[in-house]
Design a protein around this ligand. Structure first.
Ligand code: PGA
Length: 249
């Protein structure tokens, strides 16, 4: 088990969502103007719904949060309800009443949108908190394997594994090219929550927790005290004993 990762075990996906929302809420209360890198995908949706519930109940104010897009398909028209921007807008930006955002500009040439994205992230002082899901192939955003720690924000060709995972969201051809925040942006985040739920993530989580850090499994390049892996029992089953100090029930 990797000693340089903090693993927080939770009984189920709902508990992961509540713990993640608690973590985010605590950071927002401490800082106010938090800059958050926002993953889409199925895993973080329960966390965003929990945050939305708190915002709507008036117990959490996220109006000073800046939401930064993590990744996007390339070559879509704008607007397109299947874009990751629109998914992020529906699930995070609108329900959490967030007014400040950084997105990949779909109208610019890919190299320009990547340059502008990096400049915008730098101008706001980088990422305070990255909320990430774990790809079955270890990708973070669309940093497909192999992606070294210094992989820049760029256009990527999606791997067959990612095309297969994405197919569920598309009734026609799945886009094969995407834009992603580089590993260097993600790894520079001042704190990171990696959310891992469900039995389908068992093998990927096992590789993360036990394998050596490697560009061949980009998530394994996350390390350090500021990285918290929040995983549920279904994903953790059969992973072997974790260091007791690293696991909070
Ligand atoms: P998921 O995707 O949350 O839909 O499982 C994670 C990912 O592939 O990055």
């Amino acid at each position: 088990m990797r000693p340089d990762l903090t693993l927080q075990a939770q009984p189920d996906a709902g508990a992961v969502a509540r713990a993640a929302a608690d973590h985010i809420a605590a950071r927002v209360r401490a800082r106010g103007n938090l800059t958050v890198l926002v993953a889409t995908g199925s895993t973080p949706m329960a966390t965003y719904a929990e945050l939305a519930r708190r915002v709507q109940a008036g117990t959490l104010d996220l109006s000073r949060v800046t939401a930064v897009q993590l990744d996007e398909y390339q070559g879509l028209s704008d607007p397109d309800p299947r874009s990751l921007w629109e998914w992020m807008d529906r699930s995070f930006v609108a329900p959490l009443r967030i007014t400040r955002t950084v997105r990949f500009d779909p109208r610019a040439a890919p190299q320009d949108t990547c340059r502008d994205y990096d400049a915008a992230v730098a101008a706001i002082g980088g990422i305070d908190l990255a909320i990430l899901g774990l790809g079955l192939n270890g990708h973070l955003g669309f940093n497909e394997p192999p992606s070294p720690a210094d992989a820049p924000t760029r256009t990527v060709t999606l791997t067959p594994a990612s095309l297969e995972s994405n197919r569920v969201y598309w009734d026609t051809d799945v886009p094969t090219q995407a834009l992603t925040a580089g590993m260097e942006v993600i790894l520079a985040a001042r704190s990171t929550l990696l959310l891992v739920t469900g039995a389908s993530k068992r093998a990927a989580l096992g590789r993360l927790l036990t394998g050596p850090p490697s560009p061949d499994f980009p998530a394994s390049l996350l390390s350090g005290e500021a990285v918290t892996v929040l995983a549920d029992r279904a994903a953790l089953e059969g992973q072997g004993p974790a260091p007791v100090s690293a696991v909070r029930a």
